[in-house]
Design a protein around this ligand. Structure first.
Ligand code: ZN
Length: 329
């Protein structure tokens, strides 16, 4: 117990400094309950019962509205052990997730994973925790989150917005996981059947259906996929968006959020963004995210801007067309 008390005091000082540094932010910073445990001292812990993680897994948290609490530390060594001990960094990432994902949408997120993206070559991912798609896990690669400096060039913020775009468009309000592909009358992304009025079904019906046969052939190899993109370039906000409809909608959502002005609708890519402007709740998310991210004033060491649309690191690549949720860097 004394050990815990000794740890709480320095942690409180560090967190107080963080709170002062981000004083332009009017969102209350709540200290996650995980900061009060003794995982800073994991060297002296008995690690024999720890589970070996896959694909760079470091620490898993449970999400409870604004707070995260540790579920487990995976058995790690070397650089990953350093990342595991650095709870301040975990909280810094979580703080940014909180700014981006509105509270009512965070209810769809059950777990938050800190991992090292080197093995999988990814900066972030989401995966469903429940078959009915009502709960999701979001993973953020700590090594990329702090590459250069925290959220350098707004890349981390972009990744979180993109990943949030997946949760937003693939959760149980959007898809019905009980309907199989044979019985699905609408678009079927893999996790379930898209509901008639869902965001992804609207996108697919309007802007994918007419090129679907062509896409099905093109997705068989990388070269054909590249040609498919070149041919239909004006349909996509980034090359990555041409991977498949779930990646397309995540990219359209991220472009909708990061681009301040409403587009004219001259291209199909712009028309896709305009679909988002038709939904009042999405405009609210846009305003919420932009307001939260721009609160940090100029000259503040934590200030950042969002990447220009298309300047996202992975914008000019193609992902795996058979995977509906990205694992990209
Ligand atoms: Zn993705």
């Amino acid at each position: 117990m004394k050990k815990i008390k000794r740890l709480i005091i320095p942690l409180f000082i560090v967190l107080s400094i963080l709170v002062i540094n981000s004083c332009n932010n009017d969102e209350a910073i709540i200290i996650p309950s995980s900061t009060a445990d003794n995982s800073n001292d994991s060297n002296s812990e008995d690690t024999s019962n720890q589970e070996q993680g896959n694909d760079g897994e470091i620490t898993l948290y449970k999400i409870d509205n604004d707070n995260i609490s540790k579920i487990k530390d995976y058995k790690v060594t070397g650089e990953d052990l350093e990342y595991q001990k650095d709870i301040v960094k975990h909280n810094q990432i979580w703080d940014l997730v909180k700014k981006i994902v509105p509270l009512n949408q965070r209810k769809k997120m059950g777990e938050f994973l800190i991992y090292n993206g080197t093995t999988s070559g990814s900066a972030g991912f989401v995966v469903q925790l429940k078959k009915d798609l009502s709960s999701w896990k979001m993973g953020i690669a700590i090594n990329y989150a702090f590459q250069g400096s925290f959220n350098a060039g707004g890349q981390l913020a972009y990744t979180i917005i993109h990943e949030f775009g997946h949760v937003l468009t693939l959760n149980d309000t959007q898809l019905d996981a009980s309907i199989t592909t044979e019985n699905c009358k609408n678009y079927f992304p893999g996790e379930g059947c898209a509901k008639e009025d869902s965001y992804i079904n609207e996108l697919h019906a309007n802007y994918w259906k007419d090129i679907w046969t062509e896409y099905e052939v093109a997705k068989k190899d990388q070269e054909s996929q590249q040609k498919f993109y070149e041919k239909h370039k004006d349909r996509f906000v980034t090359q990555y968006a041409s991977t498949n409809p779930p990646e397309d909608i995540a990219e359209v959502f991220a472009t909708f959020i990061t681009k301040k002005e409403k587009p004219a609708g001259n291209t199909i890519a712009e028309k896709k963004i305009l679909l988002m402007y038709k939904r009042n709740e999405l405009i609210e998310f846009k305003n919420h995210i932009r307001k939260n991210l721009q609160l940090r004033g100029r000259g503040n060491s934590l200030a950042f801007e969002l990447p220009e649309p298309g300047k996202w690191k992975q914008a000019n690549t193609i992902g795996n067309p058979y995977k509906t949720k990205c694992r990209h860097r």
